[in-house]
Design a protein around this ligand. Sequence first.
Ligand code: ZN
Length: 743
Amino acid sequence: MAEETFAYIPASRGFYDLPLGRFLPLLPREVISAWAGAHTQPGSLILDPLGAHPLLSIEAAQAGMRVLVARNNPILWLMLECMARAPARGQLQKPLSKLMISRRGGQTLEDQLRAVYATPCAGCGQMIQPQGFIWEQAGSQPVGRVYQCPFCGDEGEREVTESDLQNLNSLGGLGLHRARALQRVLQGGDYEQASIEAALDCYLPRALYGCMTLANRLEQLELEHDERLLLQAMILLVFDDANSLWHWPAREQSVFQLNVPSRFLEKNLWLSLEKAPERFMQFRQSIPISYWPNLPPSSGGICFYQRRLAEKEDLFQNEQPAVVVSVFPRPNQAFWTLSALWSGWLWGRKGVIPMRSALGRRRYDWRWFAQALEAAFKDLARLIPPATPMFGLLSQAAPNHLLGLLVGANASGFQLRGLTASQSEEIIQCTWQSGTASSGGSGPLPFRAAIQGFLEARGEPAKFQPILNDCLAQLARQGKLPADISALEETYFSQLQQQVSELLHDPYFVQSFQSGPSGGSAYWLVDSRAAQPPLSERLEAALLQFLQEKAPLALADLESALFNRLSGQHTPESEALRACLECYAEEAPHAPGLYRLKSSEEPNARARDVDELAAILMTTGEKFGLRVRREAASVIWENEQGEPQYAYHLISGTALSPFVLDPAQPENATKVLVLPGGRARWLLYRLRQDPRLEAAFESRWFILKYRHLRWLAAREWVTLDLWAELLDDDPLQWDASPQMQML
Ligand SMILES: [Zn+2]
């Protein structure tokens, strides 16, 4: 299968942030719709067989596509149903108010919940609602409370009071709530029970009291269908707020395991409930939702299907999907177990059935991932037309997850066409097409050629993970992945990893550089004659060209043009792109959001600089009594014997590899790169990424900024000896100027 060099679609518009987002795979905005838009007509039917991220369907439907999405996890289904309605405040508030004023034993739910959290303000003594209580893992009582007093303004972390502890103790009989929380979920089997208990261990007794109170009241309320659905979605957010998986102080991070942090916040569930409507109000445009076999209208929408329909071969009886799109979730024990728990709390035991498999397992390895994908994809690949394209995103992935993905897709009959990745955005993007599973060819693994090809394409050293990822992609492309997953050894991944590692430690093939400040070893070819110029220099040249020819440009358009120019293995890091952009571009003064070349960077101005500074170097060398000559943008100072003493190379960007990596540079001369001071941040970024360059500047090379050269040359009293001393007086530094808004 020929490689398709498809362009990385950057996360220029950032990532989605949504309720429960900490459990979901990262989804960059408008990446799926950009790809689908380029490969389908408006109104096309597109298939999302995993349904792992609700905003994939919403975004595609908003872009006018009809999305057929698998209904797998009931929690994600509920989120999607609610978000697609784009409910207004009133729609959310109405069922919420019914819940809040519902009474039991003469007490409203509102009074009941507020009472269990109320705390006296340390400033004014009034009883107030705190944001929550701080606990330490395995502690028997809270160690602090966090609040903002609406009466006196006192705010922050305060010690717990006797009143707080009495309040906690007065709830009494909390074992009962845990028993109920378990009973609503339990289907049978010791192993399932152990999984549910592990999830319940992530809930404090007061939190379970709150959750069970909500679950019971919800059951007893009389509500319209839509009201119930919206209220369930809001209560779901409270169930998530109620667990102890909230690090204190708060930090943003993905959650994969049911591990309670050493310090965590017990959130005030009354406040969570009160704020729940706001969290669904970021969705403005409502989207038609239907259930198979009723497909969405031609203007776009979302249709749910049950996976067993694919098994029964009915799914595409009326229409075939034009493309398949997926966000692949990393195995997430925490989310899947909690989904089972929450489903039971919302719908009772029958609601747990779709998630039961998650309760039967607590360990997920790459082979499990491959098998799960095969289970979701194999029937589809048979049912859709051959050569149907599939696009997928894998985020925050270790190489073994990537292998699981590649093996699972291959065994299902999807053949890998292209793979491109951004380490800095932590996203891998792949394209496949449907066909038949390749059966695992024999013969030696293609890793030596893969490493050589990858490093030659990049033109600069690379770290282990991107090299390994590329080797795995080559296996998939060349049909060398095994099709029978069940026969795979658990050690298959570590064997592949070991082989790549051994090649990278063959001193006749690869040189390795020990970890610098950027961390991790980097690898480069011993024989690099066939290598391209460094990718970062090609990136810089392309960026400059776009800015000269097409500016002013929106950031997203500029980034997308660059990734189209430099695609496949040649994909630069988004982080590099932005560091380089910051060095050359500024926001256009009368067009906010559009970027153009800084006026100081106009090519004519830069060419004049180079000529002027070359002339200064000629004159100065003569003043010191040396023989001077100019070759293109280089000025050489020689002694009377014609031996080079100084070699200056004038550049306006950071394209320094033709000089610094040139073995023919005079051995004993002082070698100096002359460049504008505004390149400092970008150049330092490059040096940190490329240990070859870093080593050269530690020992043999100097950098002379334009302004320092002008200053130095204008000093009448500077002798040749002083010149040698002062040359290095204005070194590269991260300048303190604030970063541009866009970055
Ligand atoms: Zn107060």
